[in-house]
Design a protein around this ligand. Sequence first.
Ligand code: HEC
Length: 157
Amino acid sequence: MSIRWNRLSMVTALLAGGFVTAVWMTPVLNAAANDEPWKAPARASRKQNPIAADEKSIATGKAMYAQNCLSCHGATGKGDGPAAKDLEKNPGNLANPALWDQTDGALFWKLTEGRKPMPSFDKTLSENDRWNVINYVRTLAPKPAGAASQPTKDGGN
Ligand code: HEC
């Protein structure tokens, strides 16, 4: 009886130990910044920007950017904000014309989801303000000839 009991408690202890290790390791593993290229799903990329990039939207977006993005991305989007040097990952360059390879829908998805160390703005910015901020970010990078911020017929990505 006592031998069986000991065996059972040993198995239980091992299982519990493994579980605790797994739970403990998960945040450690998640804490590492992801090195994979950050790509929005095709479906998200096809989402249309419902807000015209007029003066009002760009002005609102600029204010949102100053409050929520500038600390990392910098005043001109070059990734040189005051907090950028302490990040485990470079925020990249929003002033790079290559940003036009992505649709507004793709950028919207990235703002909504976030990816460490960039926070998710799902709760902190309304949908409209996420589109406004995208309309502003578009003013930071010169638009290459022929680039489209809205999805092309094949969906783009
Ligand atoms: C805490 C710092 C931080 C803040 C605040 C932040 N970002 Fe970022 N952002 C990053 C980092 C770091 C990346 C690169 C993430 C990656 O590639 O995994 C990034 C990536 C991006 C990208 C993707 C660029 C690409 O080439 O695909 C966009 C767009 C973006 N941020 C816009 C914004 C906007 C707009 C805001 C404000 C609403 C914002 N970010 C706030 C750090 C930040």
